[in-house]
Design a protein around this ligand. Structure first.
Ligand SMILES: Nc1ncnc2c1ncn2[C@@H]1O[C@H](COP(=O)(O)OP(=O)(O)O)[C@@H](O)[C@H]1O
Ligand SMILES: [Mg+2]
Length: 225
């Protein structure tokens, strides 16, 4: 058997045998506004409350101060945990631009090593187009994912992709794949947040479409009747 680490998202752990395999790399995919950043941040704060040291790394989507500004509105955001260094924020954007993608990947691994972080969120991993070829990217991604698994960390990578375009190498190489969606169900005028566990290695997970409530409390997941 292997260790699991709860996601810290209410309702999700119950349908994934108690949590994510540890260590592992989970990819969260969804269109804008589906709750990806919230998902990652809520998991980091939940873990930090249990005493973990957790890191949010932003790529090139949004600067750290913007992410903090919006996330601090959620109930789970705890300024004390940020001040005490239990939740840390790292801006990867500049290092990717100045050092290039290969160095950026090794920087992430170095940061995890130095801080002894238990979970990290990389939001997003914007590197594929920076490599000369798909083969090069795959090779580096393989080394990167292997390094992370050896470092004993739960990594959540946020992907700015729609579930329809998941047949990418990242999706094949990670241990878990979670889809977040905004869809109309019975009422065509009302969009609902939905979640689906598409893949989770070593886990008898629910394959149902799950209902997701996105409120000031953060994300709550429910089985649909
Ligand atoms: N305080 C809040 N109460 C309810 N819903 C919120 C609140 N703050 C943000 N949201 C919802 O969360 C969405 C943004 O979630 P976010 O995690 O940033 O999405 P993504 O990273 O997938 O683009 C907003 O578009 C809004 O629908
Ligand atoms: Mg986001």
């Amino acid at each position: 058997m292997f260790e699991r680490l709860p996601s810290g998202i209410p309702g999700l752990d119950e349908v994934i045998e108690g949590g994510f395999p540890f260590p592992s790399v989970i990819l969260v995919l969804g269109e804008p506004g589906t709750g990806k950043t919230t998902f990652g941040m809520q998991s980091l704060f939940w873990g930090a409350k249990q005493g973990e040291t957790n890191i949010y790394m932003t790529g090139v989507a949004e600067p750290v101060f913007m992410v903090k500004k919006f996330m601090s509105k959620f109930d789970f955001y705890d300024e004390e945990l940020v001040k005490s260094g239990k939740v840390q924020f790292w801006d990867l954007g500049t290092s990717i631009q100045t050092m290039g993608p290969k160095k950026a990947l090794s920087t992430i691994a170095d940061v995890v090593r130095q801080t002894k972080a238990q979970r990290i969120v990389i939001d997003p991993l914007p590197l594929s187009h920076l490599f000369a070829s798909a083969f090069d990217y795959r090779k580096y991604l393989y080394e990167f994912l292997t390094a992370l698994r050896n470092l004993n960390v739960l990594t959540t990578i946020i992907g700015e992709k729609t579930p329809a375009s998941i047949a990418d190498i990242e999706a094949y190489m990670v241990d878990g794949l979670i889809f977040l969606e905004l869809k109309t169900l019975d009422n065509p005028l009302v969009y609902k947040n939905l979640m689906r566990v598409r893949k989770l290695r070593g886990t008898n997970h629910s394959k149902d479409v799950l209902s997701m409530e996105l409120s000031i409390e953060g994300i709550n997941v429910f089985r649909m009747e």
